[in-house]
Design a protein around this ligand. Structure first.
Ligand code: URA
Length: 278
């Protein structure tokens, strides 16, 4: 069955559909030895020989993207000189060498993205345009509104002011409370240090979102491959950011939508659930 050229290229994981179209328009794609720049061109996989930048499409290494729910007390690296358990120990059956995109503290848990697409990983970790990451946190005590506002505006850490964050109250109990905090930076122990600064140390920290990815019901220690839609959303996010970086628009974190303040939930207990913080 014939398919559109850009769909075939995107299907290999080499590029998103949009990027594939750019490659075609730029004359970097040949079909049976001829440069093709027509976006509507149809090709028959297996019959037509498609090359991108002179490399046969079938020789392209497919990209692999997966999401792991890192459990607590596990290193977010691939190996540990101290012999502690690492995320690699949870990737049974994954034959491709994938790398973690970013870190989580040893005692944090939650969503970790792993991939063999180095460009995408670099794009997601770009210090100026870190993707938004959301953490569900249990903290000591209950934050007053002015402490929440402080976190939202930015707090002073020893390595400088933090960028504006979005904070949502989730639940409060007698001795502690649960919040969701979204930040666009990736400094070491950042969330823990921010909460420590406003006087409410973190007791538990779970990363529940990273850009377009959501942890959902994935249980601690489990992983799954990203869907095509999720992988494309990530690729497009990085491509959009690269375009913005090329000067077409500014992406200041201060342009985030204002946060609508909501009250604490009435219940004093957070339900235990699979893949969620207990
Ligand atoms: N912020 C932290 O303090 N720790 C993490 O593991 C992730 C974000």
């Amino acid at each position: 069955m014939e398919v559109r050229l850009q769909k075939l290229i995107a299907g290999t994981g080499l590029a998103s559909r949009r990027k594939a179209e750019t490659l075609i328009s730029a004359g970097r794609v040949t079909v049976n030895g001829k440069v093709v720049t027509e976006l509507g061109t149809k090709v028959e996989p297996g019959r037509d020989h498609v090359k991108v930048d002179g490399k046969h499409l079938s020789a392209a290494q497919p990209f692999v993207y997966l999401m792991l729910h890192k459990p607590k007390n596990v290193m977010s690296t691939l190996d540990d000189p101290g012999g502690r358990t690492t995320v690699k120990d949870y990737l049974r059956g994954v034959s491709v060498r994938v790398f973690p995109v970013g870190r989580l503290d040893f005692d944090s848990e939650g969503l970790m993205l792993l991939t063999n697409n180095g460009d995408l990983a670099q794009g997601l970790l770009h210090p100026r345009y870190h993707v938004p990451k959301t953490y569900l946190i249990k903290v000591k005590g209950v934050l007053a509104d002015d402490e929440i506002r402080q976190l939202e505006r930015g707090v002073k850490l020893e390595d400088g002011m933090t960028s504006p964050a979005a904070v949502k109250k989730i639940k409060k109990a007698e001795q502690n409370s649960w919040l969701e905090i979204t930040i666009r930076e990736g400094r070491k122990h950042q969330v823990r240090r921010m909460l420590e600064t406003v006087g409410h140390p973190v007791i538990k920290l779970v990363r529940v979102k990273m850009g377009p990815l959501t942890l959902g019901n994935l249980a601690p220690g489990e992983f799954r491959f990203l869907t095509d839609r999720e992988a494309n959303a990530l690729r497009e996010l990085v491509e959009r950011r690269t375009t913005l970086e090329e000067g077409q628009e500014s992406l200041s974190p201060r342009r985030q939508r204002p946060v609508k303040r909501e009250g604490w939930a009435r219940s004093s207990r957070v339900k235990k659930g699979r893949g969620r913080a207990a």
